[in-house]
Each structure stands twice: as C-alpha cells, then as structure tokens.
Design a protein around this ligand. Structure first.
Ligand code: AHR
Length: 512
C-alpha cells in the first residue's frame, strides 16, 4: 500500500497551458493526408483540413502549435505556401526519408486557420539554414503588419485582412545538427543578427511597451547528449555575454526518448525489460530540465552591466521544450516516414513526461509533443478516411485539468522507479486533480491518499489497455479509451484506491 500525503497548502509553480503544446511538420504523413486532404477530397474536411482530426483537437484545445519544422523549417520558403493553391511551386521533401513531393497546399494561411479552429497560438520557426534575414522579416511583416504595406495588402488579398499576430518565432532548428552543424559560438553570431532584425510592430502609442508582441526563441541543445548539451548552453550564453546582445526570450531544448537498441517492430513487441527501459529513459528529462534551467541562469548572470544612460531591461529567458516524445527504432523503417504505433507504454511515458513538465512548471514554460499526427509520439494515426486517436490523445485529454493549476507537493516514502506508482497533483480554485501512473506491467497497486483535511470526491477516470502492449488500430480504434473509474473508499481525510497494472488514473476532489 503506497501512502501519499497531499500537501495542498504547499503550492509550487503555475502550470502554464503552453506545456501541452503540439508540433506538426511536413514529415512522413503528418501534414499531407494526416491533417490536410484538400477541399475536394472525399474525406470529410473543413476547407481542406480533416474534420476528424480538427474536431478531436478542438476538444483538447492545444494552447500552442509549432510549424513548419523541425528540419523542414530549414529549407522552407514561406512564399511557396501562399497565394492561389493551384499556382504554388512544387518542391521535394527528403527529410527522414519522406521522399515525397510538397505541393505547398498547406502554407501560412492554412496553418493559421488550423490554429484558430482548434484554439491554439501559432509558433513559427524561421528558415535560418537556406533562408535569409530578409526572408524572415518579410514573413513577419506578412503575418503581423497592421499598417497597409505591400506585404500586409498581399495577406489581405490572400484572405486575411486581420494580421495573424504571431507571438512565438523560433530562430533556427537544431542548428547543432541538420540545421547547419554550427558551433554554439557560430550560432550565437547568427542569432545576434536574426534576433536584432525582428520588427517591433510598435506604434506611436505603445512605442515603449514593456512586452513586445514577438518572442525570440533561440535554439537550445540536443537534450540527449549530456556533454554536448552542457557545453552548448554554456558556450551560447558566454558568447551572448560578450558586448551588447538582443533578447533571448526563450531557449528551445529538444529531448527524444530513444528506443533504438532492438530493430524491427520494437514499438509493439517488448518484454518487461523493454517496458522498464523506455520508462526509465523518459524520466531522464527531469534532470535535463533542471540542469538546463540552472545553466541558463548562470549564463544570464554573466551578462555585463549596461553602460551609459540606458536603463537595463530585466534579463529573462524561459526554457521551452520544442520537441519531445518516444522515438522507437521501428520508425526509421516504417512507411510513411517516422510513423509509429503508440501502445500503453507510450501513453505511460507521455503521462510521465507531462508530470515532469507540471512538477517543474517553475522552470519550463512551454513544450510541444513530436508530433501530432502520424509521426513518432502521435495523438492521431490516419489511413485514407480512417483516423484513430492513440492512447496518447486520452492522456492529453485527462491531463487538461492541470492547465492553469498550481503544482502541489506530495510526500512519499520513497522516490518512484520504473515498476512503481508515480503521482502528481495540482490545485485550481478549490479543486485538487491528482493523477497516478502505475508503471508496473503486471500488478495492480493500492494507494492511500492522505489530504489531512476534509475533501469531497468529485470524479475518477482511468486509462488502461487489456495488456501493456495494447494499442488502438484501424480495426479496433477504441481498444484503449479513458473510462470512469471506481470511487475511492473514504475514511475521514484518507481515500483508499486501487489502480490497474500499466494504467493512468485521474482523481478529482473538492476542498471542504
Ligand atoms: O520530429 C522529427 C524531427 O526530429 C524534427 O524534424 C527534427 O527537429 C528532429 O530531429
């Protein structure tokens, strides 16, 4: 029996909804067929966007969506994706063996429409590899300029008089790898130029506003390479600390949970070791976040004081995780590119990763799962007119209750290891939402929740498959779906409950 003492007077950071962000790019069938089918398709769609995916995403209301990449951003020319669709240039995508034509039917306006429909803020990643500062500025002007410039008029002619007001702009993608194989110093030099060229979109009335519309997101390290990631962050900020520097509003760390030891169908077939290993490695992200946050603070502390009459602005930089998820070896050989099934094991690591973000919400401000449809740790898999929601979708749906809440401290007898019960709780107004992730593949677990005061049970939900390697297929699309769970037994301030093996549960209580 696990005893968990809920310290609900001990509130930690605010859980920013942006921690539940999504990431889409033209890779495999994420965009084409997965999201975009075109207006004339026999597959039901809203102006070309799949109805099934859009409707299900509306329910999740993802706070932010990152596009066009990823690696694809490094060669993406935004101009190819605007104007009459039948006249758009046709390009070719070789990334991760996609090997497909890009008809550019899904471009800036289609992305903005998609974001609006599902209630998300857009995060655009600019092309720093094969693009230019001018190209970046033009895209910003096109998206955000209210005044009647040629680019704003072109946007209007293409269907949007209102600016898109894009706030988040990524400057480069994985520049240590496919995005240019740069050194941190070389990237810092490029970053200085790109970040300084951002238009302010200020007006006479708000010329000195403390919070400019657009956030500059710098490329953070490869979270999977311990030595390199530490060196990258130290070197980047050391370089930025030399002389004057543009703002680094956010710093984008990428972390994939690699499972590439076994080849073949390793996303579907695993034993207990394979189960525990993927879980164990997903947990590493917590240390990476803490380490990177500390290194950012160290780096900022090294910034020189401003000389002269200018008032030194407050220096802040938020850590964000622009890409995360399980990456099984099978994804390399599966077609379409990077397609992988998501079993209960993936749902468990999705839940544990969101728990890490929630628990460290004072350190990390935004995160995007890679990727929403048909690629890696996806929420949807599509094939023709069929669409299944993976169990990851249900995890996001269940965890929505944590958005905007405050993380609570839980007292436990020991730290959880793979095979144990993991717990997280948040408080919003007077409601406590507590989730339990049972990472034991075979056994149910019993737990006692001690609130130390009067709380009233509100609801319980559980997500579990008929086996740990269960998944939702086109033949059995709802094999794993969240369900109502049994009401826990109450004894004063203590609630007793049992959770199934390999499961994720959510309990809600009202204080008083
Ligand atoms: O999400 C798949 C790819 O992984 C992205 O394009 C790239 O940024 C990362 O290496």
């Amino acid at each position: 029996m696990e005893k968990i003492v809920v310290g609900f007077n001990n509130e930690k950071g605010l859980i920013r909804p942006e921690l539940h962000g999504q990431f889409i790019e033209f890779l495999g069938s994420c965009i084409y067929n997965g999201l975009w089918v075109g207006e004339t398709s026999r597959i039901p769609n809203y102006d070309g966007l799949r109805t099934d995916v859009v409707d299900a995403l509306k329910e999740l209301a993802p706070p932010v969506i990152r596009w066009p990449g990823g690696c694809y951003a490094d060669t993406y020319h935004w101009r190819y994706g605007i104007g009459k669709r039948e006249e758009r240039p046709v390009t070719y995508n070789e990334n991760f063996r996609t090997y497909e034509i890009d008809s550019n039917q899904f471009g800036t306006h289609e992305f903005m429409k998609f974001c609006r429909m599902v209630g998300a803020k857009p995060w655009l990643n600019i092309n720093m590899l094969s693009g230019s500062i001018m190209e970046m500025r033009d895209w910003m002007e096109y998206c955000n300029r209210r005044e009647s410039t040629s680019l704003a008029k072109e946007r209007e002619a293409n269907g949007s008089k209102e600016p898109f007001s894009v706030e988040y702009w990524g400057i480069g993608n994985e520049v240590w790898g496919g995005g240019g194989m740069m050194t941190a110093e070389a990237y810092a030099m490029e970053y200085r130029k790109y970040a300084s060229a951002f238009p302010s979109f200020a007006t006479i009335e708000n010329a000195f506003a403390a919070h400019p519309l657009m956030k500059r997101i710098a490329c953070g390290p490869d979270g999977n390479k311990p030595k390199e990631r530490r060196a990258w962050t130290k070197d980047f900020f050391k370089e930025m600390a030399k002389y004057r520097h543009p703002a680094v509003d956010a710093y984008d760390l990428h972390f994939y949970n690699w499972n590439i030891k076994d080849s073949g169908m390793n996303e579907l077939k695993f034993d207990e070791d394979g189960w525990c290993e993927v879980i164990r490695e997903s947990l590493e992200l917590e240390e990476v976040i803490q380490e990177q946050y500390a290194l950012i603070q160290e780096g900022l502390a090294g910034y020189p004081a401003v000389e002269g009459f200018l008032i030194e602005p407050e220096v802040r930089c938020e850590l964000v995780v622009g890409e995360w998820g399980n990456w099984h070896g099978a994804a390399f050989s599966n077609r379409p590119a990077l397609y992988q099934q998501c079993t209960m094991r993936d749902a468990i690591t999705t839940a544990l990763t969101l728990d890490i973000f929630h628990r460290n919400s004072h350190l990390v401000g935004m995160a995007c799962v890679a990727q929403t449809v048909n690629v890696l740790n996806s929420l949807f898999l599509t094939c023709g007119d069929k669409c299944v929601r993976t169990p990851n979708y249900d995890v996001f749906l269940m965890y929505k209750v944590h958005q905007g809440g405050k993380a609570l401290t839980l007292e436990r007898a020991h730290k959880s290891e793979p095979g144990d019960l993991f717990a997280f709780a948040s408080k919003k107004t007077e409601v406590i939402s507590l989730n339990l992730v049972n990472t034991d593949m075979k056994s149910v677990k019993e737990a006692e929740l001690d609130f130390g005061t009067d709380v009233v049970f509100l609801k319980a939900e559980v997500l579990a498959g008929d086996s740990p390697d269960a998944y939702n297929s086109f033949e059995q699309p709802d094999r794993i779906r969240k369900k109502e769970a049994k009401k826990p037994e109450r004894n004063g301030a203590i609630y007793k409950l049992t959770v199934p093996a390999a499961s994720i549960s959510l309990y809600q209580f009202r204080i008083g």
